[in-house]
Design a protein around this ligand. Sequence first.
Ligand SMILES: *Cc1c(COP(=O)(O)O)cnc(C)c1O
Length: 393
Amino acid sequence: MKPIPYGRQHITQEDIDAVVETLQSDFLTQGPKVLEFEQKFAAYVGAKYAVAVANGTAALHLCALALGVDENSRVITTPITFAASANCVRYCDGTVDFADIDPETGLLDIAKVRQKLESQPKRYYSGLIPVDFAGMPVNLEEFRKLADEFDLWIIEDACHAPGGYFIDSNGEKQMCGNGNYADLAIFSFHPVKHIATGEGGMITTNNPELYEKLLTLRTHGITRDPAKMHENHGGWYMEMQELGYNYRMPDMLTALGISQLKRADAGLQRRQEIAKRYDAAFKNASNLKILNPAAYKEAISDNVFHAYHLYVIQVEKRKELYDFLRTKNIFAQVHYIPVHLMPYYQDLGFKKDDFPLAEAYYEMCLSLPMYPSLTNEEQDYVIASVQEFLQHA
Ligand SMILES: *Cc1c(COP(=O)(O)O)cnc(C)c1O
């Protein structure tokens, strides 16, 4: 069996043609494909505006800047995420805090966030960064209520969940990143994500002021709009009005994104199929726990559409299983080492036992191969290998 990774991109001839066509055009960066990708992506997730950026981390950084994060800001996120969800606050000299997870879903526990907010004076915290971990949509309606109570902004880290949704209390479908409850949402187009462009990211929002601000920050803080300029020296004139960055996503990669977006729904459907096959194989295993199995989701609500970036199981002998699968050429992965245990965050004062549920989750979690081009044969081999291990564990 050839190596089976936990996630991988899927590139078709149509994708390749789309990139080559752009290479032969007049624009390698900031041409017509950028706006086209932004508009199509915004439509896909149901948001008004989208801003394509260099990667998901740049997206988070620009969101923090646009919301005015500075040395006086304190922001709560989940320890079970990729470090960038927290780092964006540090880029702006803000203070990162965490709240523990709900062990049933792996998501930031809103009750724990509330406890934290209530333990401090009002306006002590300035924002929340919930993450649609593994592709499971966060209930942003609940987070919005809490955020309004404490006057907080919300950045939804939706890197794992393009196409995912939950149904809100009005019975309305709320797509991850649609901007109805969060101020800003971000996505990544890293090769393991649903839409893969190599590097790439997107910010979505319904807020026109934030949208304008993001466009300027993405390109050095420069404006060429005569209506906004202090002076005008001629056709060449532009003004750098604030400190921005070069966080642009090039035309070639947005062309790839447009092509990939056409297959996004098919990819999601395949991810759901793969999850159902894993669920069926493991539902009766006594020494294995599935994070968010289909049956569990139905029990809490029919109203969550999991985007399955990751398929996570939990086992006691996680390290042994990880090593065993590697001998079978199966490259399962661990998502995530809790962010607060990273040496950088320990240097900031976090320590072991700060978030015991996240730490307990980490000890047992393993992400099995999950990507649309995984064949049934490959998946059966993964399942058989896990079962072989469990029989001897
Ligand atoms: C991938 C990812 C990011 C960062 O995206 P990059 O494009 O790799 O910079 C941020 N948050 C989460 C949850 C991610 O999975």
